[in-house]
Design a protein around this ligand. Structure first.
Ligand code: IPM
Ligand code: MN
Length: 356
């Protein structure tokens, strides 16, 4: 009997629906040629829905999402909603409630894509960031006193639990082994200043490392990591880090791999339901214009199939994206592709049809 995956789709705001449509187009194309099938249920969540109904994220919706095999997300973010409401109410809420404790972000420069790094090419930029996704500064611990007065105090604490740190580090070691490239795992931290939090990270890292003698280990402070990502990105294979540092270095990573139109990520609960997204956001000014690059969303779909264990179909998607980026799309930025959003999806799908 063939496998069936039930995918919860959250097109979301802005250009989210446009890019999600292309991800699904490509998913359907590979599914037809594979021994699994996909069914989709759409969920209307996001800024528009919030402005219409006042509802951010109903518990019943979370229950339904939890029952899916995976969640495929477009983008959440609306220019008319105050910053923080949708981010905390939807995106972070889902990551926390569904215990998606890993944020997996590949940084890979494909042939034919421009990088702002001089003299660096696809051989130099190919690493993965494993970002802790449920703790750290994102945990929301802290508070404000005497707000709005001259005596105002604001405290925002970074929460690091042994359990949370260890499961993230273990995932990174396992991932590095499975990836089987340079077999090098770098811990990115700030042990010289954050002497409580990163002491826990460093000790846990050293302990877990003993179980992975085949993996070379390394350490870099977060500021130095930014420097090396620009100067010598070829030094990295897998980087593991906390939530805040991971957020920052993966935007830098997205830039050196060619921009937000390419970068995809997975919010992963290895024991539960995971959520996949292009990391570029809702790009409201491009909404409905068919100019945004759907490759990030297509690569999010690729990551989703890989996580669901459909390695062959995932590899077909990647090979087709490589071909389209190399031979067809001249510039990956929005509006400069020489194709519409939907045409780029067609190019990837057509190549899969022909080749596999
Ligand atoms: C990301 C985003 C989110 C984050 C925001 C939108 C809350 O920047 O996925 O990296 O900070 O994690
Ligand atoms: Mn971010």
């Amino acid at each position: 009997m063939s496998k069936k995956f039930n995918i919860a789709v959250v097109p979301g705001d802005g250009t989210g629906p446009e890019v999600v449509a292309e991800g699904i187009k490509v998913l359907d194309t590979v599914a037809k040629k594979s021994d699994f099938s996909l069914s989709y249920s759409d969920f209307n969540i996001g800024g528009d829905h919030y402005l219409e109904t006042g509802e951010i994220l109903d518990e019943k919706v979370i229950d339904s999402l939890e029952k899916a095999d995976a969640i495929f997300l477009g983008a959440i973010g609306h220019p008319d909603v105050k910053p923080g409401i949708l981010e905390k109410g939807i995106l972070l809420n889902l990551r926390f409630t569904l215990d998606q404790y890993i944020n997996l972000r590949p940084v890979k420069l494909y042939d034919g894509v421009d990088t702002p790094l001089k003299d660096k090419g696809p051989d130099d930029i190919d690493f993965v960031v494993v970002r802790e996704n449920t703790e750290g500064l994102y945990a929301g611990a802290g508070g404000a006193l005497k707000r709005g007065t001259p005596d105002e105090v604001a405290v925002q604490e970074s929460i690091n639990t042994r359990k949370g740190v260890e499961r993230c580090i273990r995932f990174a070691f396992e991932y590095c082994r499975k990836r089987n490239k340079r077999k090098k795992l770098t811990l990115c931290g700030k042990t010289n200043v954050l002497t409580f939090a990163f002491d826990l990270w460093q000790r846990t890292f050293n302990e877990v490392a003993k179980e992975y003698p085949d993996i070379e280990t390394d350490y870099a402070h977060v500021d130095a990591t930014c420097m090396w990502m620009v100067k010598n990105p070829e030094w990295f294979d897998v980087i593991v880090t906390d939530n805040m540092f991971g957020d920052i270095i993966t935007d830098l990573g997205a830039m050196i791999q060619g921009g937000m139109g390419i970068a995809a990520g997975g919010n992963i609960n290895p024991e539960g339901v995971s959520m996949f997204e292009p990391i570029g956001g809702s790009a409201p000014k491009y909404t409905g214009k068919q100019v945004i690059n759907p490759i990030a969303s297509i690569m999010a779909a690729q990551l989703m199939l890989e996580t669901l264990g459909e390695d062959q179909a995932a590899s077909w998607i990647e090979q087709s994206v490589i071909k389209v980026l190399r031979d067809d799309i001249k510039d990956v930025s929005a509006g400069k592709m020489g194709f519409t959003t939907s045409e780029v999806g067609d190019l990837v799908a057509e190549y899969i049809e022909k080749k596999f």
